[in-house]
Design a binder for this molecule. Structure first.
Ligand code: GLY
Length: 578
């Protein structure tokens, strides 16, 4: 590794780090990994919380300290993030939660993804010429799906938690009502998205001062409307959000601006308990999110393909390893475009996609020395049907429970539209449907019929909350934001730990790569050696260095010690253990 690359990497991390002290020490080490040293993860014996905001981490850790379990802490963290990190933490969006109980030897998934309103139609995002109109699917009231977060979190608590919804929401209510100190990341986020947020009076009133000025680092940020909404939900239960005053405010917002969500859509929303997808990789059990997310299916598919190669021997981020990863990724994303959608509406060949036999057949097509251009890669034939913002957190407790949760309002600040009087942002998740076959969504992902818009259907996701078990014990809890890059980010942390033996902090911080079939390029973060880049180009790859990918908040458990790795790509992230 050449000196200049190391120095550049150091500088970037130093600039983005502004939050907790622990992150600054990780910053120093994050360059050291490239020289073979190891970063130190945070350690605990009784519990560990890793989220993208230190206030959410602290709220959740308090719950563990007072005897709550990982699910109690997870619901507390999610509501706290809805207040402290409005760009992605939410009550106006949706997500997925994986819960592993060692005692019951069970891993379950809660699907609280948003649903299309009942008045949604297949061509709702096309203009008069029949072309996809991204303004409609991203920045208008019809971009919003029926939110699932409140129902999903309440279900998790009811089924697996030990504290009341009121107790889990108390820290969030306090943070909204009394305010919190603005961080550099919070301040720059709302400055960056001024165009989107100031377009709507209801949003401008929340995110900017009365004179239109910015909240600067060090200012107090109070959210009275959101506090009142959270209090109503805490007092009256999740049904308040779906049938009470909050639902009425949301539906009034829709009616005023031509949105589609009705009181019936709100009343009829329910989260679903699903079976996670399951695979194994070099002796580890991998559990990840099933449809309507594509995440789990493709994490397992890519791991299956790569299992046939001696990746550890080829080395971490060597050109040979990255070439094989990119070739496997291409095939997975091509399949995604064809087969993945909401299983309540379409049949997904999940067993075929995640089978070892299918992986073997794909491996046979991969040339170890030469890239296959994406235009020559078509979706494969798995066995037939057998029947730029999100946030992730990972939590484990001393009772053998692990929670891996990813939730989102899609873009940073979702549609940019705050529900007037309710103080929360609406998602723009409808853009995750395929507006028109072959037309890419905001992440460049192509979709087809399986992911077309249909009333009450869940839009396809890439979110991949994942729990890896070893010998029946929770071993790795991970997941990430990042749109189409979520799948490959999650994959790389699993490989960094299992193939390359990195500790969790190193695994999380290491430079990442991504290929999603189309566009036909390997996207890389800074920090790869010129030698590696040259090696990839020689094999025929187009290599493009772009901004960082994902923010993967992860935990590894080894010999009874819990190791937390917060992603230094988020300056406010914090791992804390007890
Ligand atoms: N909205 C991004 C995803 O669900 O994949």
């Amino acid at each position: 590794m050449s000196r200049p690359v190391l120095q550049k990497s150091c500088k970037r991390f130093a600039v983005i780090v502004g939050g907790a002290l622990v992150l600054f020490s990780q910053t120093v080490h994050s360059a050291a990994i490239l020289e073979g040293e190891r970063m130190n993860p945070v350690q605990g014996k009784e519990g560990m919380v890793v989220t993208s905001h230190f206030l959410a981490t602290e709220s959740a850790l308090e719950v563990l300290k007072s005897g709550g379990n990982a699910i109690d802490a997870a619901v507390t963290a999610a509501f706290s993030l809805a207040v402290t990190q409005p760009r992605s933490g939410n009550i106006g969006g949706g997500g997925f939660m994986l819960i592993s109980s060692e005692k019951k030897d069970e891993v379950v998934a809660i699907d609280y993804r948003e649903k299309a309103p009942s008045k949604a139609t297949v061509d709702m995002f096309l203009n008069e010429k029949g072309d996809a109109d991204s303004n409609k699917s991203r920045y208008s009231h019809i971009a919003a799906g029926v939110p699932g977060t409140v129902a999903g979190l309440a279900l998790a608590l009811e089924q697996y938690g030990t504290i009341s919804l009121k107790e889990a929401m108390a820290p969030a209510i306090k943070l909204a009502e009394e305010g919190f100190i603005v961080t550099p990341r919070f301040s720059s986020g709302v400055k960056d998205k001024e165009d989107r947020l100031k377009k709507w009076k209801s949003s401008a009133q929340i995110f900017y001062k009365a004179d239109g000025g910015y909240y600067e680092p060090g200012d107090l940020f109070v959210q009275k409307d959101l506090a009142a909404t959270l209090k109503r939900i805490a007092d009256l239960g999740a049904s308040e959000f779906y049938t009470g005053k909050t639902a009425e405010l949301l539906v009034a917002e829709m009616a005023k601006h031509g949105g589609l969500i009705s009181m019936d859509d709100m009343k009829n929303y329910s989260p679903v308990m699903r079976k996670p997808v399951h695979g194994n990789y070099r002796g580890h059990d991998i559990y990840s999110m099933s449809p309507p997310s594509s995440g789990g299916a493709h994490v397992i598919q890519i791991l299956n393909i790569l299992e046939g190669y001696p990746i550890a021997q080829y080395g971490h981020n060597s050109s040979v390893t990255i070439h094989l990863m990119a070739e496997a990724m291409k095939r997975a994303y091509a399949d995604r475009s064809m087969y993945l959608g909401d299983e309540d509406f379409v049949k997904v060949p999940l067993k075929g996609i995640t089978s070892k036999e299918y992986a073997t057949s794909i491996r046979a097509q991969i040339d170890p020395y030469k890239a296959m251009p994406s235009k020559m890669v078509m979706p494969g034939k798995p066995l037939p049907y057998e029947s730029n913002e999100t946030t992730h957190f990972s939590i484990v407790d001393k009772f053998g429970n692990a929670v891996s949760n990813t939730y989102t309002i899609n873009f940073s600040y979702g549609s940019g539209i705050v529900v007037e009087g309710a103080g929360f942002l609406l998602n723009n998740e409808m853009d995750d449907f395929s507006a028109k076959p072959g037309v890419p969504n905001a992440y460049g992902l192509i979709g087809g019929d399986a992911n077309k818009v249909e009333p009450n259907k869940r839009m396809l996701s890439s979110m991949s909350p994942t729990i890896v078990k070893k010998d029946g014990k929770n071993f790795l809890v991970t997941g990430s934001p990042g749109g189409s890059r979520i799948i490959t980010t999650t994959l790389q942390v699993i490989m960094n730990v299992i193939d390359h033996g990195l500790n969790i902090q190193s695994a999380v911080a290491a430079p990442r790569i991504h290929h999603q079939w189309l566009p036909d390029e390997i996207r890389i973060e800074e920090g790869l050696s010129q030698d590696t880049i040259d090696g990839l180009k020689q094999k025929g790859h187009d290599v493009q260095q772009k901004s960082s990918m994902g923010a993967i908040q992860s935990i590894m458990i080894s010999d009874g010690v819990m190791y937390g790795g917060a992603d230094p790509r988020r300056s406010t992230a914090l791992a804390a253990g007890m």
